[in-house]
Design a binder for this molecule. Structure first.
Ligand code: G3D
Ligand code: MG
Length: 203
């Protein structure tokens, strides 16, 4: 085994990313993670604490924190910011009434020092519902074009149909890998995230 092989192997061991899933309650965070994991998505109850899921996706170990988004729980979000590589902000695209709330919560997160380097993916979820705002409408409603502090991307998606969920994870992995590992993750291909049996739920 040559030196390069050993170095590469050591680096691969370290290829971990910490990803924080946030958004208002009912946005679909838990459903997205269950869908990605091939779990049954019927009868999901509101997340009162947090869940951690570990996926291995394209040779990267993704530790994903899914934290409850009810108004009373939002002050606790800050307990999860440390060492976050990417923030995935999930939006219920059919919830027109709470778009302003959603915009304010997102923009206040972007002021947090501990999230300063994090990549930002916005999932415009529930695109399967008639009358949902498009991702362009959500981009405007949330004022995304004013974000200069973070690398960001918005993707329309549906936790029910699975549309764009893996694509979203791909973007996150590429963006974080480019920053942390100085290389694109292109070529590290696997057809679908695989699940390591590590799910912790606290509520
Ligand atoms: P949260 O974890 O962000 O709080 P949940 O949200 O994952 O608990 O989902 C909240 C509700 O939205 C659930 O419905 C769930 O089935 C639904 N949902 C999540 N994603 C989608 C989606 O892409 N399309 C549609 N149509 N519904 C979605 P219930 O009825 O169980 O409250
Ligand atoms: Mg939840």
């Amino acid at each position: 085994m040559g030196l390069f092989t050993i170095i590469r192997k050591n680096r691969q061991k370290e290829k971990e990313m910490r990803i924080l899933f946030l958004g208002l309650d009912n946005a679909g965070k838990t459903t997205i993670l269950k869908k990605l994991n091939g779990e049954d998505i019927s009868g999901i109850s509101p997340t009162l604490g947090f869940n951690i899921k570990t996926f291995v996706h394209r040779n990267y170990t993704l530790n994903i924190w899914d934290v409850g988004g009810q108004r009373t729980l939002r002050p606790y979000w800050r307990n999860y910011f440390e060492q976050t590589d990417a923030l995935v902000w999930v939006v219920d695209s059919s919830d027109r009434m709470r778009m302003q709330d959603c915009r304010e919560e997102l923009h206040s997160l972007l002021l947090e020092d501990r999230l300063a380097g994090a990549s930002l993916l916005i999932f415009a979820n529930k695109q399967d519902l008639q009358g949902s705002l498009t991702s362009a409408e959500i981009r405007n409603a949330l004022g995304l074009l004013s974000i200069k502090s973070h690398h960001w991307k918005i993707l329309p998606c549906s936790a029910v149909t699975g549309e764009n969920l893996v694509e979203g994870l791909d973007w996150v992995v590429d963006d974080v890998a480019r920053r942390l590992y100085y290389s694109t993750a292109i070529g590290d291909t696997a057809p679908h995230p695989t699940f390591k049996p590590a799910t912790i739920s606290v509520s």
